[in-house]
Ligand binder design. Structure first.
Ligand code: MF3
Ligand code: CO
Ligand code: CO
Length: 268
């Protein structure tokens, strides 16, 4: 079967996607003060569910997605992605976690994720998290009409590998709109000038998973949780990005007034 075409978004679509992206980012802001040693990842998930449904009055997109039952994915330490929130997963001092949230508002999806520090963090863990953020930003800054997805992947890979880290290959970013995961696939490695040529109106996520050790991953028996093969820690950040006439627009920006970290203009 021919792959479905990439949909180009018009200004009206973009207005919806800005709203959905910001709503998802608001969830990540809301949960930040609750990320502390001693809390379970299920507790954090419950708070996100309540906020999405009762405060934002929108729909959690992950519940029911291929049978997934939770509102967020929460991925600590060696968990690469798709960690299932659970009552027996208790955050400890020094952990790093990713919370990934997706919502639907008026038929349009918002999908974003970020890292959080639990208590006091070791310098190595902080460096992994910050390098992954810088890698995502380098990918975002490579987005403009006429550039290619290979340029984006190459920019991300370069930042991660120069620190001795590796890029996960099995999971990638994705087009997003009225469909949660649509074309194109956005891999986080690549060669400059290769791959799909970007056009104004394309919207996709950039969500690199960067491993401190080897690139290998495996899925656990629960059918979701992905961990590093070698047990080393992994980090991930995710933004929704639109290709504009002049470059890019981040559709899931951090809410105003929530501090300057993470900053979108961080040096690459
Ligand atoms: N939000 C994830 C992504 O970035 C997908 C999670 S699917 C789920 O694409 F079912 F695990 F929630
Ligand atoms: Co995504
Ligand atoms: Co996501």
């Amino acid at each position: 079967m021919r792959a479905p075409a990439i949909t180009l978004k018009n200004e009206q679509d973009l207005e919806h996607l800005r709203i959905s992206g910001r709503l998802a980012a608001q969830v990540l802001e809301m949960i930040a003060p609750y990320v502390k040693p001693g809390v379970s990842t299920e507790y954090l998930d419950d708070l996100c569910y309540d906020f999405i449904v009762n405060t934002l009055n929108v729909t959690p997109a992950n519940i029911g997605y291929y049978g997934y039952t939770k509102t967020t994915c929460i991925s600590p330490n060696q968990v690469v992605c798709h960690g299932i929130p659970a009552a027996n997963i208790i955050l400890k001092d020094g952990d790093i976690i990713n919370i990934d949230v997706a919502i639907i508002k008026d038929g349009y999806f918002g999908d974003t994720s970020r890292m959080y520090f639990v208590g006091e963090i070791k310098p190595e863990a902080k460096h992994l998290v910050e390098t992954t953020y810088a890698a995502m930003l380098a990918g975002i800054h490579a987005v403009k009409p006429g550039a290619t997805l290979g340029d984006v992947g190459h920019a991300i890979q370069t930042v991660a590998e120069r620190e001795g880290y590796s890029i996960v290959r099995e999971y990638c970013g994705h087009g997003i709109g009225r469909i949660y995961h649509e074309q194109p696939n956005v891999v986080h490695y690549g060669r400059a000038g290769q791959g799909l040529k970007l056009e104004t109106g394309m919207v996709f996520t950039i969500e690199p998973m960067v491993n401190a050790g080897g690139a290998g991953v495996k899925e656990l028996a629960d059918g979701w949780t992905v961990v590093t093969r070698d047990g080393n820690w992994s980090a991930q950040w995710e933004h929704m990005v639109a290709v504009t006439d002049t470059g890019f627009e981040v559709l899931s920006p951090w809410p105003e007034g929530t501090g300057d970290y993470p900053r979108l203009d961080l040096d690459k």
